[in-house]
Every structure is written in structure tokens, then in C-alpha cells.
Design a protein around this ligand. Sequence first.
Ligand code: ADP
Length: 487
Amino acid sequence: ETAASTNASSVVSSHFINGEWTDAGGPTFPVHNPLNGELVGEAAAGGSAEARAAVEAAAAAFPAWANLAPGARQLLFLKAADIVERRTEELVELMAVEGGASRAFSSFQIRLSAAMLRQAAGWGYLPAGDVLRSDVPGRTATVTRKPLGVVAGFTPWNGAFYLAWRTFLLPMAFGNTTVIKPSELAPRSAGLVHAEILEEAGFPAGTFNVVTHAPGEAPAISDVFFESPAVRCINFTGSDRTARILGAQAGRALKRMVLELGGFNPVLILDDADVEESIRAVTFGAFLHQGQVCMNSRKVYVHSSLHDEFVAGLKARVETLKIGDPRDPAVIIGPLINDGAVEQIAARVQDALDRGAALVTGGTADGRLYPPTILSHVPADAICSTGADETFGPLLVIEAFDDAEEAFRASQNTPFGLSASIMTRNRARGLDLAARFDTGIIHINAPTMASEASLPVGGVKDSGWGRSGYYAIEDFTEVRLTTVSRE
Ligand code: ADP
């Protein structure tokens, strides 16, 4: 059987359960190109029955997967990395038509995904525990890291390809099996294409399952995850709004949750910063993928002595970014995901302008294409400036400061705590300030984005909890204590 049957216009995808593409001919839902609304595919409209079958398959596959020799597991991950790279051109096209991703952003995701697969490939060989000392004479105590069981993953549409790997690959590398519920906006790039890759790589049936659903039908699937005793952890990437709904369910079901949510990701440009370097870091940090990434910078605090030079340079650089169909390799700024996203940005720009903000550049949509938009002199109570609510698009607020301490305190006045950056030529000063940030990540002289798969990325406060990279061992394993005493 093949993964998907292709006709002239679109791809019709099935669920992937227990190593089989199931449900061919069942109900489907359409997936559209965010740029122009063209049909790009159809995916199976699943519900609780499919979710149950997938959880059962993952539970059945768990013991053998957990006990697979590290060398055998390593070969599978390495093979998957090679397949990802071999399919690069097709993946770039998929991310463009399903998610509006530019080649720059899809290539970035492919590079990070292959790196993560190759790093995780070796984790099976790392020490699996410790021998502890006991106060009881003759007693030995050991702790062993054990996988949890089935981890259910919710994947988002925005950095769909990379974030989906991150959602299931890390649990699988530590011996868990998985069921993925991809975003209904990008079901292939947020899970189904991964099933094709893992199937080709030879992963055992049931270790990785994907169930897709029509818009509005997510709860039918997530309810099954919370009800199933075999599901031991919910690994969620998405909005804090949805995380609160699922978190309440997790509380009732007493299930472990790992949450990768939104951010505010401020940048502080101190008076001794390199302005050119700051312009580069902010252009990438604020506008990669049209500002639809959880780590995009939403606000820059710049020392007033650098403000005018920085704003003029940033405006000039940002205005060179080509906007249009992301299938054109020269395009850097593709469409926003849907009309709601365009409306959110337009409303927030209008709100700020109504309150007296100045428009530096951008501000006018052309369909779903929204240009990189910069506002200065934004009053503190404008929605885009407060940091209380995530603005998910190409809108950046710039604020001048005279007192770095005041700017720092203002930058912390947000419920989010994902990433932040400090631009300074004074390393010691940067490190002193960095130590006080209430975020999961703080960069000195780099964009707020993550750019290395190996490093532990994740948030605090409303940005969630849990980390990527090897530190995910804390999220996806249990510590088992075994003691042996004298008879
Ligand atoms: P975003 O706003 O970035 O799309 P969401 O939180 O809406 O983020 O979506 C993240 C994931 O959560 C997606 O897989 C989506 O289908 C799922 N989701 C959204 N709402 C619900 C819900 N009420 N119950 C279960 N899953 C949901």
C-alpha cells in the first residue's frame, strides 16, 4: 500500500495506525493553500474510534520498542534522517503549499529535523541510571530511567514539520511509543509525512501512529487520550488557550503534560550594542515565517542613543524582504495561515495607531500577505505592546529607553517566559542581566529564535514546561528505584 494517492490537484491521506494506512475511502476534509485557498489535499476525518485503535496499537508496540537494542534503534533514526534529506525538495513544496513557509524557513526546519534525528539516534547508548549509596549496611540501591509508555502528541501548523518531529521523536528516542494528532490546518506537514518517512525507514508497526481530524473535531480524539490508561503523557505544542483546556483535563485524569506554548520574546539593545548585528538579529527574530513562530520577537527595547539609527536600518532591511508565493525561492515573507490571523494583526495595528503609535513600515494587507510591520512610540496600553496576549504575526513594537534597568523590568512584565535576547558588546554586563531573566532561554548577541536542535529549548510561566534536546529525558522517562537488602 502507498502512503497517499495522488491525483492531479491534491493528495488524499489516510490515518497511519499500527503500520497501516487505514480508512481509504472514508470521510475526508479539505486542506487549503493559505496563499490562495487552492485545495492542496484531503485528509481522513477521524474521531474516537481511530484514536482508540491508535492508542491500542501504540500500547501493544511499547514493550518491544522499549527493549529494542540501542544499535537497532540508532539505525532506524539515522535512516529516517537520510530520508528527510533525500525528500528535501518535496518537503519544501509541501510546507509552502500547506503552511505558507518560505524556502528559508522550510530548509531551516529540514536541517534542524535531520540534526535532531541524528542526535537522538545515539541516546540509547547513554547511561540509563545510577548506583546510589545507602545508609543501610549491605543494601544496594539503583535508579533506572524507564520510558513512560504511550505519549500522545498534539502538533501545530506553524513550524509544522520540525515541531512534529520534536513532539514524537524525543519520546520515541527514550523508548516510548506515540500517537500524533496533527493540526487540521497542516495534517501532512504536521504528522502524515513523518509517518511516510518512519514507515520507509522501517520503524516497527505501532511505534508511531497518526490520526487526523476535521476542523472542530479535535476533542473527540483528545478525550480518548485522556481516558486511556495506556497514555502516560500528553505532549502539546500550540496556544496557551488550548493548553488551558487540555491542562484541566490532564488534571482530572492525573496525566503528565509537556507544554510548548507561546512567547513574547523581548530584545534589549543596550547602548553599547553593535547596531548592524542588532538589525540582523531582529529582522530574523521578528519576521521569520511571518512572525508565526512561538519564539519570534514581539518587542524591542532599544537605548535612545541608538534608536534612530536602529529603526532606520531595520526599516531599510525589512523592506528588502520579498513578499509573495513562498514557492518562489526569492520570497522570504509568505502568507499568514488564514483570514483570522490577518484580522488579528490588522486589528492590533489599528488599535496601536488609534492610541497614537507611529507606523515605521508595513501595515497594509494584500489578501493573506501581510508585510513585516513595525510600530514605534506605542503607548503602553496598546494590545500589541502589553505582552499580556501573544500577537502571532509580522508585527514588531519598538520602544526607546534611557534606563536599562527600567527597560529590563518592563520586558519582564508578561505572563510569557520563553525566549529573550540582549544585544551588547559587554559580555559581563550581558551575563549579569541575563541571569535575572524569567525565561527558559536567554541569548546574548543572537536572535530570540532557536537554531540548534541539540540545545534544550522550552519555556517557563505561560510559555509552558518541558525541554527539547537530550534534556527531554526529564519529560519522557520515569526514575525507577530498585533496592536490594541482605536476607
Ligand atoms: P494554534 O492557535 O497555534 O493553532 P492551537 O492551540 O489552536 O494552536 O492548536 C494546537 C493543537 O491543538 C492542534 O493540533 C489543534 O488541533 C489542537 N486543538 C485545538 N483546540 C483543541 C481542543 N479544544 N481540544 C483538543 N485539541 C485542540
